[in-house]
Design a protein around this ligand. Sequence first.
Ligand code: SAM
Ligand code: DTB
Ligand code: SF4
Length: 336
Amino acid sequence: MTLESSPVRTDWTRDEIAALFDLPFTELVFRAAEVHRANHPANQVQRSTLLSIKTGGCPEDCGYCSQSAHAETGLKATKLMDPRAVLQAAAQAKDHGSTRFCMGAAWRNPKDRDMPAIVEMVKGVRAMGMETCMTLGMLTDEQAKTLADAGLDYYNHNIDTSPERYGEVITTRSFEERLETLEHVREAGINVCCGGIVGMGETRGDRVGFIHALATLPVHPGSVPVNALVPVKGTVLGDMLADTPLAKIDDIEFVRTVAVARITMPRSMVRLSAGRESMSDATQALCFLAGANSIFTGDKLLTAGNAGDDKDAALFARLGITPMAAECKVELEAAE
Ligand code: SAM
Ligand code: DTB
Ligand code: SF4
């Protein structure tokens, strides 16, 4: 492969992806680093900040999530935040150097009566000069258009795992419903942010199927969040991991997943997402070498803890990484 170009392919086969996972580790990371260099500025990492604008009490039964009403996590459910409070939090994130503000709600889907407040949040954050991202559950095509008209830059909607494992993790919605919302978002002209979680006790085959599902979407997601499961007591998967610690993802296998995401989706931002708090600097450094070029900053994700600004500033200084400016974002085009 030359350093000049990485063709964007959406016709990856499972066998090709499995073969990438099977490469000797240093060969895989070397190839991923080459793809990263050819498509993104070196040593630059994007910083986004998350805010939970409506926490807990979610009717969905996602086995990993602290916010599901089916879990027993003791999390207090809240109402949708006042847009003014959201804008205050966004201003603070901007002061701390974040270029994207991601707002998440623990909903199966937004109700139409919620949309005016949501639109006010998008417009307000955009007016501050930050990129906006929202994750509100399933959207109708009308709701996606409303968000697009408000100027929403990204919509996060994860497929989470392989199509065949999906029903073991979530029973209240289907993989196909996830794809439908992604289509509504894409057709409304909003950039898609779509990824998932590794370390849920899945097999290598599931990780292959997960990356395959992302890399064969009609257009690669602009951002691909790769989360490492944050095990939360009282959730199905958090409790399962507490009982079977051997199911915990191995760091090398996590880095392999990041590398395969980078190679198969060369132009996408690959975001090292949840789970960094319990990751060593060395593992995070390997993820950056393997092409991860975005993180969530701040000391909180939605409900779980995150590394925090001081730790991240120290990590960036240690690795010689500089924060990416918003303009460096790569715009994705449909594959030819
Ligand atoms: N309710 C919306 C939805 O499900 O689309 C948005 C919020 S949801 C918290 C966003 C994503 O966060 C999930 O799809 C999942 O990938 C990730 N996530 C949630 N809990 C997690 C955990 N405990 N560890 C790692 N990732 C998690
Ligand atoms: C994503 O893939 N990861 C972020 C964002 N999209 C919304 C959320 C991570 C949540 C981690 C668990 C928590 O904070 O509750
Ligand atoms: Fe609800 Fe989203 Fe959590 Fe699933 S991941 S329970 S949809 S908040």
